[in-house]
Design a protein around this ligand. Structure first.
Ligand code: ADP
Length: 570
């Protein structure tokens, strides 16, 4: 039995651990799933930004691609042609024509190496004329070409890099782009092509359109992208102008590779439909999981408690069987012995005959009490105890009658027995026999479970359309944890007094069944060491329905005289 108990506790523990482990594992994988779907949504956005900067780079690198088309020898040929004609070859001009169609660059200049028109305007500088496809001598050169940054930087940079690159590109902030034409065969510099960047076009058309095209509305795409000029700290363009830029909320900061320095892309993630959907599904999954785990826990605990209860009930029933066999045999044996003595004619004396008769009578009462209880319980269990004769009754009258009938018996046991009733107690629809059984069981218990202070009080009260009977004692009391269980059949509190007191744990179960049958309820208020009060209450009978209710009664054989009567009689 003990092994089984341990096994049950161990399986319950394993079950609990399994449920907890599964829950933790599930929450973790749900969390991972959510994180990875959010991360992949963000990754997707990041790749959009990369794509965007690649596309912009592609546009900016257009001139360099055009120049690179001529290969390593190209510059050498240009150099020769220029030396012979003082002009740039047609195919190079053609390429510059294609570049000039790109609106990013507004003007194209060519400065032969080792000349500096900006210092000495007699030295040559050419400007590409898209109308004639010719390189015209430039007189008025824009400041951006000559202000000492664009070309100079290009020259210096080319030197520093030791002519490593055939088409050295240098950006002058975001104002111009210079390509140094380097002859790879003898590592000489032929000249510098300067492409003036059209900032107005970039700021007002190119970037706003491209950003909007690529990323669209932030609520849809889940990202807002700004292009910021870090030198002047101004916003050049934004993919969704409804969002304000805030440094603290930025998730990505990215430069354009090989493009005008200081123009930087900033991006911020916002809850896109994908992220919102994965958040919602995370919450939904958590809720479903929570409910399932809750139900599983509930079921486990329920199974554990019911199996524990059933085990206890089985134990109590087994104990009861052993006990009741003994209880039934004892009065029978006493009656048998007394009857035998009388029938043998061994007892002839009148007084002794009376004693033997009394003995047989009392024992038979005891036996019937036991059998009645057993039958009551069997009937309740089988659900056949609905033969009930309810009628409007004066509960106070019935309690007084009971009090009078049992007064001598109770006081003979050394108890103070009192009764108090409210006035004008209304009628209640009950079966009078049942009330007597209820009272006698409660008083019987009060007698059994009182030790030092021997007081029993019956009270009758009316409150809120209910009439209640109170049976109060000053006995051993009932611990809080047992107050519900005492109404279960075969349940007896395990203490020394109960062990010494005769009983089978059936009385209160019968009382509760009878109370319920009569439409009432039973409660107990008790403190260990201070006594207990059992309160049985029934709804007040309403006069208007009196006649109808009367017809509810079903005939049955006259119920047995309640147990206590003969015992209590003096
Ligand atoms: P029994 O008295 O035959 O054991 P009951 O069903 O009448 O069975 O009562 C169940 C248990 O409740 C008792 O064993 C006792 O421990 C406890 N009990 C009942 N009435 C009282 C009371 N008035 N005071 C203290 N304990 C009580």
């Amino acid at each position: 039995m003990n092994n089984l108990k341990n096994l049950r506790a161990i399986s319950f523990g394993i079950g609990l651990i399994a449920v907890i482990a599964l829950t933790v594992m599930n929450i973790y994988s749900l969390y991972e799933l959510r994180e990875s779907s959010i991360e992949s949504a963000k990754e997707n956005k990041r790749s959009h930004i990369d794509e965007f900067s690649r596309e912009v780079s592609w546009h900016f690198n257009f001139p360099s691609r055009e120049v690179r088309k001529f290969g390593d020898d190209g510059v050498g040929h240009f150099q020769e042609y220029y030396a012979q004609t003082g002009k740039l070859p047609t195919k190079l001009r053609k390429s510059l024509g294609t570049v000039s169609e790109n609106r990013i660059f507004s003007e194209i200049y060519f400065t032969p190496h080792a000349t500096d028109h900006c210092i000495d305007f007699m030295q040559p500088m050419f400007r590409y004329n898209p109308d004639t496809n010719e390189m015209d001598r430039a007189d008025m050169v824009p400041e951006v070409v000559c202000d000492g940054i664009g070309l100079a930087r290009s020259r210096v940079q080319t030197m520093i890099d030791e002519l490593r690159w055939s088409n050295q590109i240098t950006y002058d902030l975001h104002r111009s782009m210079t390509i140094s034409l380097i002859n790879r065969s003898d590592n000489t510099i032929f000249g510098h092509l300067n492409f003036v960047i059209d900032r107005d076009y970039l700021v007002n058309e190119y970037f706003p359109e491209k950003l909007e095209d690529k990323f669209g509305e932030a609520d849809e795409s889940g990202i807002v992208v700004w292009l910021i000029d870090d030198v002047f700290t101004n916003i050049i363009g934004s993919s969704d102008p409804t969002y304000d830029f805030n440094w603290r909320e930025i998730d990505i900061r990215q430069r354009f590779p090989d493009l005008p320095e200081n123009w930087i892309l900033y991006a911020k993630f916002i809850d896109s439909p994908t992220i919102a959907a994965s958040n919602a599904s995370w919450i939904r999954n958590l809720l479903v999981l929570g409910t399932a785990v809750f139900a599983l826990f509930g079921a486990l605990i329920f199974m554990y408690i019911t199996s524990k209860r059933e085990r206890e009930l089985a134990q109590r029933q087994a104990g009861f069987l052993a006990n009741v066999t003994h209880e039934l045999k004892t009065p029978l044996a006493a009656m048998q012995a007394a009857g035998e003595n009388i029938s043998d004619g061994r007892v002839t004396d009148g007084n002794r005959l009376k004693t033997y008769g009394n003995h047989i009578y009392n024992e038979s009462i005891r036996l019937r009490k036991m059998i009645d209880k057993l039958l009551d319980i069997a009937r309740f269990d089988a659900g056949t105890s609905n033969t009930i004769q309810r009628a409007p009754q004066k509960l106070d009258e019935m309690a007084r009658q009971f009090f009078r009938d049992h007064y001598n018996y109770v006081t003979s046991k050394g108890f103070r027995f009192t009764l108090a009733s409210d006035t004008n107690i209304p009628l209640a629809m009950v079966d009078s026999d049942h009330i007597e059984t209820i009272l006698s069981n409660l008083v019987e218990n009060a007698l059994k479970y009182s030790t030092d202070t021997k007081e029993i009080h019956i009270g009758i009260r009316q409150k809120d359309n209910h009439v209640s009977l109170h049976v109060r004692d000053r006995g051993v009391g009932i611990p809080k944890r047992a107050q519900k269980q005492i109404f279960e059949k075969f349940y007896r509190i395990e203490d020394t007094l109960t062990a010494r007191t005769k009983g089978h744990g059936l009385g209160l179960s019968i009382v509760q069944n009878l109370v319920t049958l009569n439409g009432g309820r039973i409660d107990v208020e008790s403190k260990p060491g201070q006594g207990s009060t059992f309160i049985v209450s029934f709804p007040v009978f309403l006069e208007s329905t009196q006649t109808d209710k009367k017809s509810e009664s079903t005939p049955r054989k006259k119920s047995r005289k309640m147990t206590g009567e003969s015992e209590y009689a003096e």
